[in-house]
Design a protein around this ligand. Structure first.
Ligand code: HEC
Length: 180
């Protein structure tokens, strides 16, 4: 095989593998863009919760100051869920203390809910289920490689049997370069 066509062939399949990865990371960014952990969530905890849930007191066994980023909270879905429940029930901060406004609570609970959704999505692998259809595939390969090949034309028809986890069963041999 000619060197050029070998390179093209290999980078072609490498590109397709990369498409798969790009897809996996772009699907499902659920939180509203202007609500971030540092801008909205941490200040809310600091104002309403740190008084008791700090590293010294750890009231109820909970140190909220330990959560310093969105990731640290979403990596702890059990605790996130408890926080969510307490806020939704209006049980925290405890009765008798100044209450955060309903809007503030709503912002925080919505954010936690969408973080928890993200968590379950990546746990179950659902983020991987969407694949490019054949037209998108051809266009993306063309844009990526600058060559007007239409590799997806001889892929099997788009059908549910080849979606999601089945994708690699359907196309795996091609991706590994053994099937043609
Ligand atoms: C005045 C002190 C105080 C403040 C302020 C406070 N809490 Fe609590 N928190 C407690 C106490 C006491 C408990 C343990 C009893 C209970 O679970 O109700 C607790 C328990 C909890 C629990 C359950 C922990 C577990 O693992 O069971 C969560 C979640 C929680 N708080 C969240 C919050 C959040 C979020 C805030 C801020 C909006 C907050 N708390 C503010 C005193 C406080």
């Amino acid at each position: 095989m000619e060197v050029m066509s070998l390179i093209r062939r290999n980078s072609f399949w490498a590109a397709i593998a990369m498409l798969g990865l790009a897809q996996a990371t772009t699907v499902g960014q659920g939180s509203p863009a202007n609500v971030t952990f540092t801008k909205s969530i941490q200040p809310f905890f600091a104002k309403n919760c740190y008084g008791c849930h700090n590293p010294k007191l750890k009231t109820g066994g909970l140190n909220l100051e330990a959560y310093t980023s969105a990731a640290s909270l979403s990596q702890d879905p059990d605790q996130s869920e408890k926080i969510l429940k307490k806020l939704q029930a209006g049980e925290m901060p405890p009765k008798g203390l100044p209450r955060p406004s309903a809007d503030e609570v709503k912002t925080v609970t919505t954010w936690i809910e969408s973080e928890l959704d993200l968590q379950t999505e990546s746990d179950s692998g659902r983020v991987l289920t969407r694949r490019l259809n054949r037209v998108e595939y051809n266009n993306t390969v063309r844009d990526l490689l600058g060559v007007d090949v239409r590799p997806a034309d001889d892929f099997p028809q788009d059908d549910s049997a080849c979606r999601g986890a089945a994708f690699f069963r359907c196309y795996g041999s091609r991706l590994r370069g053994t099937g043609g």
